[in-house]
Design a protein around this ligand. Structure first.
Ligand code: CA
Length: 229
């Protein structure tokens, strides 16, 4: 899994539909984890920490609704956007789906193009840099599509790791990131890197951002990690 590509968990028990959707999600540049039942889905949520979940309502075993309810009542997973897929269109079912805390709701048969747009909408909310948005913080501008960063209008050259660090920070200004969390997000979960490596790259990022003067935008939070602003 690549660290900066969005991670989508696709939960659908019909193999043909699952493969079509997985193909389209991969073509969008997303990493895709697939589950065909509720138990696998819950396991993969822990393993892959998806940015978005596409969740079929009718599943063998634990139902889509029950999975959604569990995810939304758990502090660790509550913020992961869930897009529910369902063949049912009755109003009462729709209400029940929304009551479980689903973030969006798509009725089968759906258009794949439409569903991809809904996925991007959710990603824009939780991981804007991952889908090529332009982010701004004070006088710093990061263009995720062209991988260009400027500060006060002057180009700032960053290495790939520093760029990913900055885009992670800029997606959630003010949020305090622990070193471990930054390792997961910037380096990827499968890679073993010493947490001190994070400090080294934060140092490089600070140096690059302050090369023309200006305040250091990266804050060290004692005992907790780093934050932007
Ligand atoms: Ca189904």
């Amino acid at each position: 899994m690549s660290a900066d590509r969005p991670n989508v968990l696709l939960v659908e028990d019909e193999p043909a539909q699952r493969e079509v959707l997985a193909y389209n999600l991969q073509a969008e540049g997303f990493d895709v984890a697939k589950a065909g039942n509720g138990d696998d889905a819950l396991m993969l949520v822990d393993e892959t920490r998806p940015d978005v979940i596409i969740l079929d309502w009718m599943l063998p075993g634990v139902s889509g609704i029950e999975i959604c309810r569990r995810l939304k009542s758990n502090a660790d997973t509550r913020k992961i956007p869930v897009i529910m897929l369902t063949a049912r269109s009755e109003e009462s079912d729709r209400v029940r789906g929304l009551e479980t805390g689903a973030d969006d709701y798509v009725i089968k048969p759906y258009s794949v193009v439409e569903l991809m747009a809904r996925v991007r909408t959710q990603l824009r909310r939780v991981r804007p840099a991952s889908i090529g948005e332009r982010l701004e913080f004070g006088d710093i501008v990061l263009d995720a599509e062209t991988h260009r960063v400027t500060r006060g209008g002057r180009a700032v050259k960053l290495g790939p790791t520093e760029f990913r660090l900055l885009s992670t920070f800029m997606e959630k200004p003010g949020r305090v990131w622990s070193r471990e969390h930054l390792l997961d997000r910037v380096w990827g979960r499968d890679i073993y890197v010493d947490t001190r490596t994070v400090d080294v790259h934060i140092g490089r990022l600070r140096k690059a951002l302050c090369q023309f003067g200006g305040e250091d935008p990266v804050r060290t939070v004692r005992g907790a990690g780093y934050a932007l602003g």
